[in-house]
Write a protein that binds this ligand. Structure first.
Ligand code: ADP
Ligand code: MG
Ligand code: MG
Length: 877
């Protein structure tokens, strides 16, 4: 295969092969934008290298040919001693993984070519600064040397000279540093810094390939659900220099504000600097708008290019650029990460600008983003809370938690179930663990393009950055702001929208988007975000084929679900109606020795259940309500075995207790999840299901009398054989006829046997509802309540699955059962209604699958309904 592509050969649609960076560098090159020449080695070569621990055959020659072409174009050879071509070796995978993998700049410098560079540029300081940067990056990235060793050396050089900024170091300081750095390499890598330019380049390429499997990259991929086997491409790019003097510099920019979506000039610029300097927070950047004063020509050109990019990509782009002695160069672009709110705003703005249509707009927002917009905000600030300082709102949300100063501590406390806020001067990729564990992130340095800000936005995590008044002392585990000290463990609250930082706990309130769904705020009330959400939700609703129902067990939840757009109830669990004071009746039922006793207990329960159902029918007037007959094992309603045993043993027990103990022992099961539950209860305990059906029927009859329109659907859980269903059905139909109401009778499909015999079961069922929680549990043989702590962590680590099958439906296994059952059920009964009521009903990826297999509806918790509506719309587009 062809492993190398010149920038003129690629384009933006080749991300699989060239990675995002390479594909977009090629796209910009072909747009005629000023991109330094270069070429890309494909991710296919990387995968080969990672699999075989050696480079594919012929790659070396291919790279050699492309390098020669580059040298010809530039008119100089890599590392040529009197006038060296220098290159960067840059990682770039299909999905952007900011700062996760490695890049080495200034490849081609050595003890000779550094003089050539100095002479050609007429800038000796620049040449030696570039050289020490090369050794530093190469040492850290390729030779695996602790980066702090280099940092400490440069800090010491500055301290010795009594200066604070790198800018105050002079030629001789950099020459000395080069010596020190080489010494560090010798001592820590057991080899000399390689002087052969091609060897430097080849080692760097391998290191970039290898960085795909760096620990933090693995962690990031898992968090972002990026497949583990993609590999990264490598880009070889001719160097351009932002560190040639004050008429040079480097910067990053967005074509619009990634936090709000507003158009304008957003970015940071740093004069006389190279590469990462601008995001590393080493020196203070200036806002991009200031570039107009510094270098008007480059500024105008940059704005022009940003407009070109937005129109070309029809989306927000972020870019990296460098100015070399007044000449602008583009080093990277991509469709930029953005906050959830910005995603909605930008999508509708682009429709208004006629760059995209409404279908495309709906495609560009996700259910996860919508879920984020439904997170609560800070409400009123109480008297006991004090605003102590302010930074930039870098990633919105409201986070409250205990202050911690290291990622390790964040992870520790989070594991203990504590909410924590991670405070750092700035974050680095090494902080990823802590950022994942924290509720929010607060930094004292860096702007909206800093590592903390970019990564937090990607994760949808609240972040305030650049709170410069904060002095963070990691060793003392404390931070100070004017007049206050924050110790580790102190509760602080941070507002990712305004950037405010509070000492103490601020109460949180509903977000405007939730108020909108609740009907308390309308699209015309002037909130731009709400208007965007309203518009895109309407479009998604007009497109979707799946109906969305709610899982709700009481009138209040049902009413709320309806406000959120539920088109009925897909799962009303009746066991919740047996809790509290009603437990007594369940005990009576279990202890009943005669038929009369049992009937009396059932009799007492019936009116209570009826009342519950009436409320739900009222809230869902005119819409279908699926009620599941009791599902869990009855002993869940009885006292705990140990408690009872103790009571009986210590003589504290009543005679009822003794009988209860006996019953508890009798009902005890080794595997209750596979035990006496669901339809089996209905078969074993005469009258139990009949009572529930009667309560449903009478509730429906009474609501009908009151002029309402109840649509009851009676659902039998845990059926494995059509005979079970037939048995219950007969009992239920008698009761329905007796009361004189109609209701659908159907079943859950939550056992593999039910799925495999769905054609038979459909003979006795008017609807199926896939209980994907139990179906996942029984298909995999995983106990849902135990796996998380037992072994899922390890499974996820090893990539045995990328995401828990309880979170996102396992399409290959469980999904196959769903598909078979849907097809065979419908073959028996063409008008069979099909729905799903597991947790997966509100999971975006799973919703797309349920759309594809042709279900009629998904059912999920009330709060997830808007998410399911949106994703059902996206699935249909
Ligand atoms: P990342 O993916 O972490 O952003 P990059 O490959 O983009 O890493 O490179 C890191 C930094 O080096 C960026 O600021 C980039 O603009 C800069 N850089 C990369 N290649 C060159 C080059 N050829 N000339 C000048 N600067 C470069
Ligand atoms: Mg970059
Ligand atoms: Mg179940």
């Amino acid at each position: 295969p062809k492993y190398v592509y010149d920038f003129t050969e690629g384009n933006k649609d080749l991300k699989d092969l060239l990675g995002g960076k390479g594909a977009n560098l090629a796209e910009m090159t072909n747009l005629g934008l000023p991109v330094p020449p270069g070429f890309t080695i494909t991710s296919e070569a990387c995968r080969y290298y990672l699999d075989h621990e050696t480079m594919p055959e012929g790659l070396d020659d291919e790279v050699g040919r492309y390098l020669e072409a580059l040298e010809r174009e530039m008119g100089k050879r890599l590392g040529q001693s009197d006038d060296p071509l220098l290159v960067s070796v840059r990682s770039g995978a299909k999905f952007s993984m900011p700062g996760m993998m490695e890049t080495v700049l200034n490849i081609g410098l050595n003890d000779e070519s550094v003089h050539g560079l100095a002479e050609r540029s007429g800038n000796e300081r620049f040449a030696w600064d570039s050289y020490r940067r090369l050794i530093q990056m190469f040492g850290k990235t390729v030779l695996d040397i602790d980066g702090d060793l280099f940092e400490t050396a440069i800090d010491e050089a500055k301290a010795a000279k009594g200066v604070e900024s790198d800018l105050d170091l002079e030629v001789d300081d950099f020459k000395d540093l080069v010596g020190t750095y080489k010494e560090i390499v010798r001592e820590n890598a057991g080899r000399e810094f390689p002087t052969d330019p091609r060897e430097q380049m080849d080692l760097a390429i391998k290191a970039v390939f290898g960085s795909w499997n760096a620990e933090r990259a693995i962690l990031y991929r898992r968090q972002e659900r990026i497949p583990a086997d993609l590999g990264t491409a490598v880009n070889i790019v001719a160097m351009v220099f932002g560190n040639l003097g004050m008429d040079s510099g480097t910067g990053v920019a967005f074509t619009r504000d990634p936090a709000s979506g507003q158009q304008g000039i957003y970015g940071d610029y740093l004069q006389n600097a190279q590469g990462e300097d601008v995001v590393a927070g080493i020196r203070s950047t200036v806002p991009l708008a200031d570039l107009e004063q510094i270098d008007k020509k480059s500024y105008d050109e940059l704005l022009q290019i940003m407009e070109t990019l937005e129109n070309h990509y029809r989306d927000l782009c972020d870019i990296e650029f460098t100015i070399e002695s007044g000449k602008l160069w583009m080093l990277q672009t991509r469709v930029g990460k953005r906050t959830a709110a910005a995603a909605f705003r930008i999508a509708t703005q682009l429709v208004d600008q006629e760059l995209i249509d409404e279908d495309e707009a709906v495609r560009r927002v996700t259910g996860d983003q919508l879920a984020q917009l439904m997170f609560p905000r800070f409400g009123e600030i109480g008297d006991d809370v004090k605003k102590i300082t302010e930074g930039m709102g870098a990633s919105p949300g409201a986070a409250v938690g205990k202050a911690v100063f290291t990622s390790a501590r964040a992870v520790e406390l989070a594991d203990d179930g504590e909410d924590v806020i991670l405070l750092r001067r700035e974050t680095s990729p090494d902080d990823l663990n802590g950022m994942i564990a924290a509720r929010g992130i607060l930094t004292s340095r860096g702007g909206k393009t800093s590592h903390a800000a970019v990564v937090a936005r990607g994760m949808g995590k609240t972040c305030v950055c650049g709170a410069e008044e904060l002095e963070i002392d990691v060793r003392a585990r404390q931070a100070t702001a004017p007049g206050v000290t924050i110790e580790e463990g102190d509760v602080i609250s941070i507002d990712g929208t305004t950037g405010a930082v509070y000492l103490g706990e601020v109460a949180v309130v509903d977000s405007p988007v939730v108020q909108y769904f609740e009907g308390a705020l309308s699209a015309s009330d002037g909130d731009e975000l709400v208007a965007s959400v309203d518009r895109l939700m309407r479009h998604a609703d007009s497109r979707r084929r799946l109906a969305v129902r709610a899982n709700a067990d009481n009138g209040d939840d049902a009413a709320r679900a309806r406000r959120f757009g539920a088109q009925g109830i897909g799962l009303c669990r009746t066991e919740h109606m047996f809790l509290g004071e009603r437990r007594q009746y369940v005990e009576d039922l279990i202890l009943a020795e005669t038929r009369d006793d049992r009937n009396a207990a059932l009799h007492a329960l019936e009116p209570l259940q009826k009342q519950d159902f009436k409320e739900i029918f009222e809230a869902m007037d005119g819409l279908p309500v699926t009620i599941r007959l009791i599902d869990p094992p009855l002993h869940e309603f009885l006292p705990d075995l140990t408690d009872l045993t103790v009571r009986v043993a210590t003589g504290d027990a009543s005679s009822d207790d003794e009988r209860l103990l006996e019953a508890v022992r009798r009902l005890h099961e080794q595997n209750p999840m596979l035990g006496l539950r669901g339809v089996r209860l209905g078969v074993v305990i005469p009258g139990l299901f009949g009572m529930q059906v009667r309560a449903i029927a009478e509730a429906a009859a009474e609501q009908k009398e009151a002029g309402r329109e109840p649509h009851a659907e009676i659902m039998i859980p845990l059926v494995g054989a059509v005979q079970e269903l037939e048995y219950i059905r007969e009992e239920a139909e008698k009761v329905l006829a007796d009361v004189g109401v109609e209701a659908l009778i159907g079943t859950m499909i939550e056992l593999p046997r039910a799925a495999m015999t769905a054609g038979q079961i459909a003979e006795a069922a008017e609807f199926f509802s896939f209980g994907t929680n139990d179906l996942t549990q029984t298909t995999w043989g995983f106990s849902r309540d135990d796996v998380e702590s037992a072994f899922f962590g390890r499974y996820l680590e090893l990539g045995i699955f990328g995401v828990s099958p309880f979170e996102t439906l396992d399409v290959d296994g469980v999904g196959r059962l769903v598909r078979i059952a849907a097809e065979e059920g419908r073959a028996t009964r063409p008008d069979l209604k099909l729905g799903i009521c597991g947790e997966h009903g509100g999971d975006p990826d799973s919703v797309h699958f349920f759309h594809d297999v042709g279900l009629d509806y998904v059912s999920c918790s009330p709060f997830r309904i808007p998410v399911a509506r949106l994703e059902a719309g996206r699935a249909a587009i």
